[in-house]
Design a protein around this ligand. Structure first.
Ligand code: ADP
Ligand code: MG
Length: 613
């Protein structure tokens, strides 16, 4: 029974037009989506030379009869929609009917497919869009598509493909995404004859995540389960705040099992970690949003990786609140206010200040702690404490909108330029055990103790590395961890650079790695976090960058993990020491990640504030 039809023009014209074949991973994406739509329970992806020489996807799905197999390569030929109305509720991953036509026009394609109970399978060969041959073949129920020599007929496009390592990285990432979105399907991924991923069908996401990432990764995850079934159920896993990443690469977002990139969801996730993760640091997440089909428009972008929600803000709220609830259940944040089921004046009033309301950020005043703290040890430093109280109450009144808008407060404490920095800095005390309060000839200074120490250590590591004098400390018990398939692809290249800094790493069986020694000042407990962050930053995309840049990344990451943390009391001598070291560095006013180290509230602005000038 044939199932494919060529869409009428008026329907085809409604579809987000554009190129889908950008690189091998985009071809693989379309083929894997077709296999999933065909109801496959097993999907095998094989690649050679980063997918340019060969890309093969086999499935055990429903297959196609001969007429359909031929029609499938026509533009706008699809079995998934018929009418314009169908675009309002798309339940399949594909619907454009263009992928096979586009792929066949830029490669040498062989399709072999067989439906249940057929006498023989059909094999079709097409080169550069020209059908060469249609014949009988042997193939179990299902479909195998082989794509050879991608862009063989478009030299300009071929030239633009990145290195084999980069294309392989993208392909590995793609397989990881689909394997996570479909635990029930067994995935196998073979790169140049080597099996990289082989998973049995899994019961649920937890089991699949375990298969893909290993026990360590899973152990640290918090389960998310929330949202509102009417427009957005949210489930999956997020990382605990101590597991920090410097990019969003470990955020896997899915809408109705479709892998998407969505800034709005990404932002909602970041907001959920507000006040427990610093700026520029991201949590890992596997988040699944399930919405009724008509609540989401997937016909926005030709590659179908962007979606539009009918109720954007409500979906963002659902994501933020569900993740926040997961963090609260593990006591990382205070429990959320109960959702205002029946709006009452009291509820509305609390909602206005509840932890869910996004708050404007003041860089130098973290929000007040959730519970009253034990009375502070008398530090003997009245000025500092008074100042703390003053800044706090200022921030409270700013929040209640009684004062001018927040940015005016931000503008008063300015970043310090290196030229205006004198050696005459006198520490007075600490604010929130995170920022050193000091004075210089021009006013009041706030020094972020963590980034200041980061700058000091960064310079030190770069100097030691240049002189080849790094020290290491052996771990008593080597720590082991599991690499994700994508991390494994870059790990080997990173090792020689890491060894220059004093790491000793050993690849055990498969994707397990043992840390045997770490650089001298790095706390052993931070080693794993740091390596994870580095593996994320130095992905294959950036592998082509100069070793210099890679060394900077390592030194910056090492500095960040070895540096004094925020929320840590510092003795006066320690503050003095830190300021002196900071002033000796190459760039005392910015940290290796580009953030400011020192803010100044000038005496002039203080005088103005008190209406004295
Ligand atoms: P779309 O997926 O948008 O419909 P494609 O060009 O990707 O368009 O595929 C065209 C049609 O070919 C699909 O609608 C489907 O009916 C059929 N098809 C493609 N791949 C497979 C497969 N692996 N198994 C069964 N049918 C397939
Ligand atoms: Mg398709």
């Amino acid at each position: 029974m044939s199932k494919i039809r060529v869409l009428a023009d008026h329907v085809a014209n409604q579809i987000a037009a554009g190129e889908v074949v950008e690189r091998p991973a985009s071809v693989a994406k379309e083929l894997v989506e077709n296999s999933i739509d065909a109801g496959a329970t097993r999907i095998t992806i094989e690649i050679e030379a980063g997918g340019r020489r060969l890309l093969k996807v086999s499935d055990d799905g429903e297959g196609m009869v001969r007429d359909d197999a031929i029609l499938a390569f026509e533009r706008h030929a699809t079995s998934k929609i018929r009418e314009t109305d169908d675009l309002n509720a798309i339940g399949t991953l594909g619907f454009r009917g263009e992928a096979l036509a586009s792929i066949a026009s830029v490669a040498k394609v062989e399709l072999t497919t067989c439906v249940e109970g057929a006498n023989a399978a059909t094999r079709i060969t097409i080169d550069g869009g020209r059908m060469r041959d249609v014949k009988d073949a042997a193939h179990p129920r299902g479909t195998t598509l082989i794509v050879r020599d991608l862009f063989f007929n478009i030299p300009a496009r071929r030239k633009f493909l990145r290195s084999e390592a980069t294309e392989t990285y993208h392909l590995t990432n793609l397989v990881t995404h689909y394997a996570l979105a479909h635990p029930e399907i067994a995935f196998t991924f073979v790169n140049n004859g080597r099996e990289v991923v082989r998973t049995a069908p899994a019961r649920d996401l937890r089991e699949r995540a375990y298969q893909m990432f290993g026990e360590e990764f899973l152990k640290n995850l918090l389960e998310v389960d929330g949202g509102e079934p009417l427009f957005a159920r949210v489930s999956g896993f997020v990382s605990a705040p101590r597991d920090r990443r410097t990019s969003r690469d470990s955020q896997y977002l899915f809408v109705n099992r479709r892998f998407v990139r969505d800034r709005m969801i990404g932002r909602a996730l970041t907001e959920a970690y507000r006040s427990i993760l610093p700026h520029g640091v991201y949590p890992a997440a596997l988040l699944f949003i399930e919405t009724p089909l008509e609540e989401v428009d997937v016909n926005v972008h030709p590659a179908k990786t962007e979606v539009r929600f009918r109720r954007q803000a409500a979906v963002a709220d659902a994501v933020r609140e569900s993740v926040r609830a997961a963090l609260a259940s593990a006591s990382y944040v205070p429990p959320p206010e109960p959702p205002p089921q029946i709006p009452s004046p009291v509820m509305t009033a609390t909602a206005a200040v509840s932890s869910i309301t996004p708050q404007p950020r003041i860089e130098f005043i973290p929000p007040p702690p959730p519970a009253p703290r034990p009375p502070a040890e008398p530090s003997g430093d009245e000025i500092a404490r008074d100042l703390e109280i003053m800044l706090r109450s200022a921030s409270e009144s700013v929040k209640s909108a009684a004062l001018p808008p927040l940015n005016s407060a931000e503008k008063i404490a300015r970043e310090v330029t290196p030229e205006s920095l004198s050696t005459n800095i006198r520490p007075l005390g600490q604010l929130d055990e995170s920022f050193i309060i000091a004075t210089d000839d021009q006013g009041l200074l706030l020094i972020d103790q963590h980034v200041a120490h980061e700058r000091v250590l960064f310079d030190k590591y770069r100097a030691l590395e240049a002189e080849r004098r790094t020290d290491s400390q052996q771990m008593l018990v080597p720590e082991t961890f599991d690499l994700t398939p994508a991390q494994a692809a870059v790990f080997d290249d990173l090792v020689p650079e890491l060894e220059k800094y004093g790491f000793e790493l050993m690849r055990l069986s498969g994707r397990t790695v043992a840390i045997r020694a770490v650089p001298a000042d790095l706390p052993g407990s931070e080693a794993r976090n740091m390596l994870f962050e580095l593996l994320e930053t130095v992905d294959a995309e950036k592998k082509t960058t100069a070793p210099e840049t890679m060394r900077d990344e390592i030194a910056a990451s090492l500095a960040c993990h070895a540096a004094i943390k925020v929320n840590m009391p510092l003795a006066p001598e320690k503050m003095r020491w830190l300021i002196d070291r900071l002033l000796e560095t190459s760039s005392p006013t910015t940290c290796p990640h580009g953030r400011p180290v020192i803010l100044r509230l000038s005496t002039r602005d203080i005088l103005k504030g008190f209406h004295r000038i």
